[in-house]
Design a protein around this ligand. Structure first.
Ligand code: NOJ
Ligand code: CA
Length: 567
């Protein structure tokens, strides 16, 4: 049932397992009375720029489109938006191939549009996070054009160039995550360059101090423009073994691109990554900015390394292990939540993004999907940590992959077809209303709008008190106002229950209980409150018939109960 696009995420995960794969916008040195920086209480929301809102009706989302939806986001309960790469780019990887780090791609607008967006966000007390593609640039970036121009060019050593092993033979056996050898031969200079992703995304050489300085200056440049932080792309791929040793082969056979199945021992997760992140954090601290990491880790110990010694690297490394709990299993969620709750830094929760099949159908059973979407919202929005939502999740958007190879836009979907359909399915246009093109654009959108826009869209769901959207608004409002949900400790409850995941959030003498029925049958549970200082629960938010009587909670199928504890 798992959607094909999710396999990329699974692959990234497997690779990492094997490889062990103005001033900032606010006066964000502002911490509250208890010393919490803003990002600990904030709800982040990822916007896939191409697909959110199209202001000039060319079928592609843009910055003015985003600006036009800030009120919607504010009302929803979003505090910070992470905008997927909007920089000049040939768009081979839809912006993750940057050809100029200090500008805006004309298809998304101008720097003036960015400034206007930043200023509108600031008026609403919202923060802007940009996507910093640190591992690689586009092959059309001026640095790479110079680098490939000759072996003695000023930027030659800004990328990773090597001689082949022999005629027609790349320097080693490394394969690209996106298929084929990770080396591309350049006949003009008779050497190969290295690319972990597409050949159009050559890896920068982070061992070169000039690269480091230039990239750190890029960060400073955006901080001065009002950016509150960055989401750092593919951080585990920054460094490679200088000796370029062959990666071990994990097992016989090939992956869905027809390549050998390798342990990425020598080209991911090298310890030098942490020196770089520490340096980038120092730059962020100059502007009180926040760093979020695309951190695929094998376990919590590895996640801990991304927080750094004494929390001197990333404030918010995403816990992708949480997305790997791919079934409604209280036991599996308990284990993962306890793990990340015991991490050395503040947890960061996501349930889907532009590389991962949408949570709506990953967890949905085809019958109770809306109810399950509410359950998942209640889960990751009430845990101790910072949640990062993905656009459309709040209205129950469904993964809708292309059905014909000719329609695929994401190149890996063409290379890997039919086993790997690419990531188009989770990047479809935001469903604003029931009109043509779901109100996203007046022109034909760059990806087709899924048929579900008729039943799942912002306009209609805003009118329906039982919609997924209205539920999201209620949970978000609660988590912004309830001190126990903001700062309380996490304590697992009724740990032997096979159907209901329940936990407490405890803050001083205040307590909240969350009970989530992960089964399709009604459930009753007696909250094991003995010794916790509480005796009963009173509803704050519940779905359907779910309710509490004293310490007994009854839940409908996939029901949610969130209650205030009383003595
Ligand atoms: C991770 C990004 O999320 C993904 O979309 C992209 O293709 C790769 N990094 C390469 O930048
Ligand atoms: Ca547009």
């Amino acid at each position: 049932m798992r959607k094909i696009a999710f396999r990329l995420a699974t692959f990234l995960f497997a690779a990492c397992l094997a490889g062990s794969i103005a001033g900032a916008q606010t006066s964000s040195n502002a911490v509250d009375a208890e010393g919490h920086p803003w990002w600990k209480h904030a709800v982040f929301y990822e916007i896939y720029t191409r697909s959110f809102a199209d202001s000039n009706n060319d079928g592609i989302g843009d910055l003015k489109g985003i600006a036009s939806k800030l009120d919607y986001l504010k009302e929803l309960g979003v505090d910070a938006i992470w905008i997927s790469p909007c920089f000049p780019s040939p768009q081979v990887d839809f912006g993750y191939d940057v050809s100029d780090y200090e500008n805006i791609d004309p298809m998304y607008g101008t720097l003036a549009d960015f400034d206007a967006l930043a200023s509108e966000a600031k008026k609403r007390g919202m923060h802007i996070i940009l996507d910093f593609v640190v591992n690689h640039s586009s092959d059309q970036h001026k640095w790479f054009l110079d680098s490939k121009s000759s072996r003695t060019s000023a930027h030659r050593d800004w990328y990773i160039w090597r001689d082949g092993k022999g005629p027609g033979e790349p320097p080693n056996n490394w394969v690209s995550l996106f298929g084929g050898s990770a080396w591309k031969f350049d006949p003009a200079t008779n050497q190969y360059y290295y690319h972990f992703f597409y050949a159009e995304q050559p890896d920068l050489n982070w061992r070169n101090a000039a690269v480091k300085d230039a990239m750190f200056d890029v960060a400073r440049w955006w901080y001065k423009r009002g950016v509150a932080g960055f989401r750092l792309d593919a951080v585990d791929t920054l460094f490679e073994d200088p000796k370029l040793q062959d990666n071990p082969i994990l097992r016989p056979g090939t992956n869905h691109f027809g390549d050998p199945i390798e342990d990425n021992k020598y080209n991911t997760n090298l310890p030098e990554v942490h020196d770089m992140l520490h340096g980038l954090r120092k730059v962020a601290d100059e502007s009180n900015a926040v760093l979020i990491g695309e951190t695929w880790t094998a376990d919590v110990a590895e996640l801990n390394r991304y927080y750094g010694e004494g929390n001197n690297e990333l404030q918010l490394p995403m816990d992708f292990l949480f997305t790997m709990v791919n079934k409604l299993s209280p036991a599996d969620f308990r284990k993962q939540i306890a793990g990340v709750d015991g991490a050395s830094g503040w947890p960061t929760f996501v349930i889907s993004n532009h590389d991962i099949a949408r949570s709506y159908d990953r967890y949905g059973d085809g019958e109770h999907n809306d109810q399950i979407a509410k359950l998942m919202a209640a889960l990751y929005l009430t845990l101790r940590g910072t949640p990062i939502m993905y656009y459309g999740e709040e209205i129950g958007m469904k993964t809708t992959p292309p059905t014909n190879k000719e329609d695929v836009k994401d190149p890996i979907g063409r290379t890997g077809w039919p086993e790997e359909k690419g990531r188009d399915g989770e990047r479809t246009p935001m469903q604003w209303d029931g009109s043509e093109n779901a109100g996203f654009s007046k022109a034909t959108p760059w990806l087709p709008v899924p048929p579900t826009y008729k039943t799942h869209n912002v306009a209609d769901e805003s009118q329906d008190p039982n919609s997924v959207l209205e539920f999201y608004k209620k949970v978000l409002s609660l988590r912004h106002t309830n001190r126990a949900l903001l700062d309380g400790n996490y304590t697992a409850l009724n740990e032997s229950d096979a159907n209901v995941l329940s936990y407490l959030r405890l803050y001083k003498d205040q307590g909240v209980v969350v009970a989530l029925n992960m089964s399709d049958a009604p459930q009753t549970l007696k909250l094991e409150l003995e010794g916790k200082g509480f005796a009963s629960a009173k509803s704050l938010l519940a779905t359907g018939e779910s309710a509490a009587k004293g310490a007994e909670v009854s839940l409908g199928p996939y029901g949610v109960f969130i209650g205030e504890l009383a003595k």
